[in-house]
Design a protein around this ligand. Sequence first.
Ligand SMILES: *Cc1c(COP(=O)(O)O)cnc(C)c1O
Length: 426
Amino acid sequence: MELDSIYRTLGVSLPVYKFGEEVLASLRRRFEEVDRTAEYNQGKVLAAMQKNRVNATHFSATTGYGYDDEGRDNLERVYASVFHTEAALVRPQITCGTHALTVALSANLLPGDELLSPVGAPYDTLEEVIGIRESKCSLKEYGVSYAQADLLSDGGFDYNAIRGKINKRTKLITIQRSKGYSSRPSFSVAQIGELISFCKSVKPDVKVMVDNCYGEFVETLEPSDLGADMVVGSLIKNPGGGLAPIGGYICGTRECVERCAFRLSAPGLGQEVGANLGLMPAFYQGLFLAPTVVAGALKGAIFAANIYEKLGFACIPNATETRHDIIQAVTLGSREAMIAFCKGIQAAAPVDSYVTPEPWAMPGYDSDIIMAAGAFVQGSSIELSADGPIRPPYAVYFQGGLTWYHAKLGILMSLQKLTEAGLIRL
Ligand SMILES: *Cc1c(COP(=O)(O)O)cnc(C)c1O
């Protein structure tokens, strides 16, 4: 059986398919490493589910207040076991990653406190949460100030600047693991651990929160293994395994998580309320699949970097670097190339494959944005997706893929569209 025939059916020409196979042949070692990490993390998730005696009663739906929701409570114990924390808050009522981070910040910062980011500017959506960009209900409006230590020009931590910024009001330190949509490197868990140790050596009672978005299960350790008081993320990214249709999580110390629960629902109610609305099967099974799904997405990112670097495009991370998140930036250098790339990703999708992505103005952005996504869960970025602002250096951010084979097809289709547009020659 020849694989190229099914790729031809899908719209990938023989030269594109062969180019992909050549690149792939050099990636066996890398893929084996990714698989070993996934195997370890699968074991970690399984051990957590076994320890907490997951059974069919945990999959029942609850409605209304959701009192005595054993499925929800046990899922939180499972998450706490996976992340090696005392407690966890894992809820469909947490609507997205930004919401989870907002709950964690506003629950653990009081008027007069200061928040410090020792890793430069936070993710875009947090600017309004913190009040870096004015917004109603920002932390700033509630009297919480913000300080920032930028990274050194080589991407390293500026320990002197960080020491200088920690003061008697510094209550919480926020560290973003993934680069998100910036051009700095993403941090390894070991690097984050060093930074946490440093901050706590300067101020032992300071709390540290890690924005863990896109980083879960990429390594065998999580920031909570190395001293983070809270790790926070979205269930429509890595830990939802593609099955969770909504939700966010906060894993951490009992003290921090309890405050988060009081903030999310109401003081006094905390974790006791919050019906699961029938989402428990998706949350449990998604977590179970997450290590494998993340491995597929990582293979896709590594494949993309190796393909596009070979064609002369700059990639962050580059073709050979170790990975700390699932995001791949490819600098395509022109508007036309960005459009062609995204058309390819879209054409490879299981959902909405027939639509054509177009650059469009989006609220909050000063240039047109192009997005490709054909996802089962709307906006899910653990599913194969690509996007980027149409402005120099014309970089697309590529991430996800519920299976490695789908990620592979997406990348081959992007290459196909670039070839057809006459923008590259193989
Ligand atoms: C996605 C992301 C967020 C925000 O998550 P949303 O679910 O889009 O609100 C925050 N930080 C980082 C690093 C992210 O990647």
